[in-house]
Design a protein. Structure first.
Ligand code: BJW
Ligand code: ZN
Length: 255
């Protein structure tokens, strides 16, 4: 059995549920993770590319790396793991999907209440005047720069040492604190503050479970660890919840 009846029952009866996702949920869409063998950072060292100093030293290289990753993300589709979370959202009165992913796949799948902790690779902005630059493309001659002020254009993502968007962090923390069930899916749980959210939820009384192909850094703190691929586990989990709770509270107008 993939998961316990306890988890299914708790999900079926919960009013407040929060989910944290990481790169593992998009792995089955064909987007490499960061830290597994064959992951993004096997080929590209994070300290070389995903921080502000590296960007300022070699903006063209970093812009090209993100352009490459943007193309990979745009040419993939949400997988059954993303889609199961859309179904789950429909069943739960207060559902928050907190993601560390920048690939936009949760939104493309149809999830509504999505909190993006580390930004979104599809957006870019000028580091000098802040002008959004969503038509970002690498320039033939030198790095891509702002049309208005000539400043460098960077992806709207959170690099190491940078603050996460304040509103997103607050929303994530509030949803973790009120969650009756908290699911941590496809994350190694080594990057903070995101990795602290499942523990915050647990301290606030939630039943916490993780879905991962291998134990994460915080597996020992979970009430339940489900070893498996998100794209296989989540559709079965949501199907099991549906068997107890066939209709959405939202659709029934019980809110
Ligand atoms: C599957 C699967 C399948 C595979 N199904 N599962 C407290 C303690 C210690 C350090 C810190 C701390 N607080 C802050 C820090 C510093 C730092 C940090 O956490 N460092 C640690 C590495 C130690 N944090 C920060 O700097 C953050 N900022 C901050 O805290 O500001 C305040 C501050 C300022 C100045 C000084 C100090 C503090 C910012 C963090 C930003 C992270 N940014 C990145 C890059 C985003 C842009 C980009 O994409 O290029 O975000 S790093 C990268 O890691 C990316 C991810 O969102 C993030 C998390 O990775 P994730 O998603 O967990 O991926 P993986 O690859 O690690 O794991 C995948 C998992 O999936 C694995 O477990 C697989 O097994 C599993 N899996 N297939 C299910 N099919
Ligand atoms: Zn500018």
């Amino acid at each position: 059995m993939f998961f316990t009846n306890t988890l299914v029952e708790r999900l079926a009866h919960a009013r407040h549920v929060a989910v944290l996702t990481g790169a593992g949920i998009s792995a089955e869409s064909g987007i490499p993770t960061f830290r597994n063998p064959g992951g993004l950072w096997d080929r590209f060292r994070p300290e070389e590319l995903a921080n502000l100093d590296a960007f300022l030293q070699n903006p063209e290289l970093v812009q090209e790396w993100y352009e490459y990753r943007r193309n990979v993300a745009m040419n993939t589709s949400p997988n059954p793991g993303h889609l199961a979370l859309v179904d789950l959202e429909d069943l739960i009165e207060d559902f928050t999907l907190i993601t560390q992913n920048v690939d936009d796949l949760h939104r493309r799948a149809g999830s509504k209440n999505v909190v993006e902790l580390h930004g979104n690779i599809m957006r870019s902005y000028c580091i000098d005047c802040g002008r959004p630059a969503d038509d970002f493309k690498p320039n033939d001659e030198g790095p891509y720069v702002c049309r208005d002020c000539g400043g460098l254009i960077r992806p709207d993502v959170v690099w190491f040492g940078e603050l996460l968007p304040e509103e997103a962090v607050e929303q994530a923390q509030r949803s973790a604190e009120r969650a009756e069930v908290f699911l941590s899916i496809g994350t190694s749980a080594i990057v903070y503050p995101a990795a602290g959210l499942p523990l915050l939820a647990k301290q606030s009384g939630a039943y916490v479970a993780e879905v991962n192909i291998e134990p994460s850094a915080i597996a020992g703190d979970m009430d339940e660890t489900i070893q498996g691929r998100a794209g296989e586990v989540l559709p079965r989990l949501v199907e099991a919840v549906h068997r107890i709770k066939p209709h959405s509270n939202k659709r029934n107008g019980q809110l």
